[in-house]
Design a protein. Structure first.
Length: 50
């Protein structure tokens, strides 16, 4: 799977490494800003009853 993604990236190895790093950072920020807050609102730990 990773080999296929590596082949899809354009350019020589340093450019591919930089693009892979940029894509990984973009996915990380997407998860932290959009996905995790949305999932957090659906979790039952917000409904605390004592």
């Amino acid at each position: 799977m990773y080999a296929k993604l590596w082949q899809l990236l354009p350019g020589p190895k340093p450019v591919k490494a930089l693009l892979a790093l940029i894509i990984a950072i973009a996915v990380f920020f997407l998860l932290m800003e959009v996905v995790f807050p949305w999932v957090s609102s659906l979790m039952p730990y917000n409904d605390v009853a004592v």
